[in-house]
Structures are given as structure tokens and as C-alpha cells.
Design a binder for this molecule. Structure first.
Ligand SMILES: Cc1ncc(COP(=O)(O)O)c(C=O)c1O
Length: 369
């Protein structure tokens, strides 16, 4: 394995220091909860190893909600990142091919690279609304392609595939005897209601999700893999056992206690997200230097400084950060032109979001001069 630190991690706000950022518009999650918010008493929790697949009640709940036939189809993992690592290292050998939609969350690109396999890219285009064209996807398949990797809702663009397109990509994977990895980390954050869990639709699909984004619980590092191919899930379990044996029993207990009372939190989370999205839309409508494909899910937008605008991009980021204390996710975090940047609007308080957006407009003006 050839590991390399990813820019999105090296330059992440937690590595930079939250105290150095006034308006943090980099986060792709809802505002972080505190332990106190959850009101849990864990004093009697035995700090023992736990079920290697994950807490049975938690898997049962996730399977039921996702329409999977059995809790045996769920494997709890250390975050969605852990799930993606397990999947890539299980399915890929150095000689294999992988077809990955780009831009994408960094782990979806970097772990396959670390394995040394051939990574083929389906590059999403702004001009095509960041949508996936089935014919183009099909043409990019190679005889040694092991799986296709997509993220829906998409990070960093916030676009959402139609259910018909998702089903068509699943059918393509089935017809070629491939697996389809669907990173569904933002699944419950859509304005048109969530798509079905892909793994519930076909044994060819592998779904990945976590408690990090929608619920603002990234610090407990709890994610999961859903997959009806039980033999494959058993191999994923073998990989997990070699990395961590089982998850942290504390993380699993918090995840379970949260998930069983999810209905207490979700309506408010969705309300806050919708409200913050309204602030972003209003700001976008009032400016003319940026263009975007309007997001339909996640808590991210991925605008671009118009190509015709004569502006020093490095200076834009420098002014934005140093003068205005505002941090966004620059395009290079996603292997995209730096004129693109990701705005995370679910995490900041409304007033900070509005101030950060005004700072972006000011930095564009000042970098033009
Ligand atoms: C699409 C996507 N997948 C996976 C992850 C990893 O999330 P976690 O490991 O916190 O569940 C992220 C984090 O930003 C993401 O955006």
C-alpha cells in the first residue's frame, strides 16, 4: 500500500485549528452535537469487546429502515471512511481496474490509488449539470473493472441522481457482473426525499453510510456497509477484524441510543438545513461573479468563479482566509480547478453563514482589483 496524506485532510479545519477560523464554511455535515445534547448515562456500559459485526439492535434498526432483508446484511464500521477502506482493500488487487466518478470524496479515490490499481475516471462536467450519462459510463468500463464507485447525494456538488438513473447504473453493474459502490453518506439530506438504499435493490450494490453528516456525530466514528451478498460481507468482516476487531463499544452505544430516538432530532435538523440553504440561495441570487449547479441534497454547494472573470485565484483564497477569516473547501481538495470551491452550509449558525457568504463576495471583488 502506498499511502499519501490527502489535501482535504492535511488542510482540514480540525488540523488548521478551529480557533483560527472565524466563519467555517468547509464542513459537509450538520452542526456537531455534544455528548450532553444526547443526555446519555453510560456509567454501566461494560468496556468489553463487542459483536464484531456491530451491535445487533443497531444493525437490525439500520436494516429495517433501509429495506434490507436481514441484520446480517449490515456491517458496522469506523465511519464511512472505514467502510470505504474495507471495500477497496477487499475488492481490488494492483492489476484491477476501478471506475470512479470524479469529483468525489477523497477516500473514494485515494485508497484505490494506494493499492496501486488502475483508477479510471468518469469526470462530471459542470456543463452537464454534474449528471452521469449512462452511455459514457458504459464506455469507460474495462474487462478488469471490479466495481463502479458513485456518491449520491454527491459530495462536493450536492447534486442527486434520479432514481431511474440509479436503477439503470445498478442494472449495468448486474449485466456486467460488477459491483456498484454507492456512497450514501448524505442519503437523508435531500430536498426531494431520499433515494432507496441501493443495497436493498440488488445484491450487486454495496451501500455505505454513517452517522457523521446528517446527525452531526462525526466524532463517534460510526458508519456501516449494507450488502446482500453475504459471502462478500463475510470477507468485509474479515478485513474489519484485522484492522480493529470490533468497533468501540462506546461509539456503538451512542449510535444506538441516538438512532432509536432519531425522530426526536431529525425534523429540527432538516428545518435548520432548509433554512440555511435558503440563506445560500438568496446570497447566490444577489451576485453575478459565481455560477453553480443548484444543489438538491447534502449540505454542500460547489460554485465556480466564472471562467471569464479575470481574477487571481490564489489571492482570492488568501484574502478570504487571512483578511475575512473565512474557510471554504478549495477545488483542489476534489482534484478540480481551484475556481470551484465547496461551501458547507449545514454546520455554521445562520448569522455566521451569512457573514461567510458576504466574505466570499468581498474576496472575489478584492482579488479582481
Ligand atoms: C461522501 C463521503 N463519504 C464518506 C465520508 C467519510 O465520513 P465518515 O467517515 O465521517 O463517516 C465523507 C466525509 O466527508 C464523505 O463526504
Amino acid at each position: 500500500m502506498r499511502y499519501r496524506r490527502m489535501p482535504i485532510e492535511v488542510e482540514s479545519p480540525e488540523q488548521l485549528g478551529y480557533d483560527k477560523i472565524k466563519y467555517n464554511l468547509t464542513e459537509s455535515s450538520f452542526a456537531d452535537m455534544t455528548f450532553g445534547d444526547l443526555g446519555l448515562d453510560l456509567n454501566r456500559l461494560p468496556l468489553a469487546y463487542c459483536d464484531h459485526r456491530g451491535k445487533p439492535e443497531l444493525r437490525e434498526l439500520i436494516a429495517r429502515e433501509g429495506g434490507l432483508p436481514s441484520p446480517h446484511h449490515i456491517l458496522m464500521t469506523p465511519g464511512a471512511a472505514g467502510a470505504l477502506f474495507i471495500i477497496a482493500t477487499t475488492l481490488l488487487e494492483p492489476d484491477d481496474h476501478l471506475l470512479v466518478v470524479r469529483p468525489n470524496y477523497a477516500t473514494n479515490l485515494e485508497t484505490p490509488r494506494a493499492i496501486g490499481c488502475h483508477v479510471d475516471f468518469y469526470d462530471l462536467k459542470f456543463e452537464e449539470g454534474f449528471d452521469i450519462d449512462l452511455d459514457r459510463l458504459t464506455r469507460l468500463l474495462h474487462p478488469k473493472t471490479k466495481y463502479i464507485s458513485i456518491t449520491v447525494p454527491h459530495n462536493p456538488t450536492g447534486t442527486v441522481l434520479s432514481e431511474a438513473r440509479l436503477r439503470a447504473i445498478i442494472a449495468l453493474a448486474e449485466s456486467r457482473g460488477l459491483k456498484l459502490l454507492v456512497d450514501e453518506t448524505y442519503r437523508e439530506m435531500t430536498y426531494g426525499g431520499p433515494l432507496p438504499v441501493a443495497a436493498a435493490l440488488s445484491p450487486a450494490a454495496i451501500s455505505v453510510s454513517s452517522l457523521s453528516k446528517t446527525y452531526g456525530l462525526p466524532g463517534i466514528r460510526m458508519g456501516w456497509i449494507a450488502c446482500q451478498d453475504e459471502a462478500l460481507l463475510e470477507t468485509f468482516l474479515a478485513a474489519k477484524e484485522q484492522i480493529v476487531i470490533c468497533n468501540s463499544v462506546i461509539d456503538e452505544e451512542i449510535a444506538w441510543q441516538f438512532m432509536r430516538r432519531k425522530a426526536d432530532w431529525l425534523p429540527n435538523i432538516q428545518k435548520v438545513i432548509r433554512n440555511n440553504f435558503g440563506i445560500v440561495r438568496q446570497w447566490y441570487a444577489g451576485q453575478s461573479e459565481l455560477e453553480w449547479v443548484e444543489p438538491r441534497g447534502g449540505v454542500v454547494a460547489f460554485p465556480r468563479i466564472k471562467p471569464a472573470l479575470n481574477l487571481d485565484v490564489d489571492r482570492f483564497y488568501q484574502i478570504l482566509q487571512d483578511k475575512h477569516g473565512t474557510y471554504v473547501g478549495p477545488g483542489h481538495w476534489f482534484e478540480m480547478d481551484r475556481r470551484f470551491f465547496r461551501i458547507g452550509y449545514g454546520w455554521p449558525k445562520p448569522a455566521d453563514l451569512a457573514a461567510g457568504l458576504q466574505a466570499i463576495s468581498a474576496a472575489v471583488r478584492e482579488a479582481k482589483a
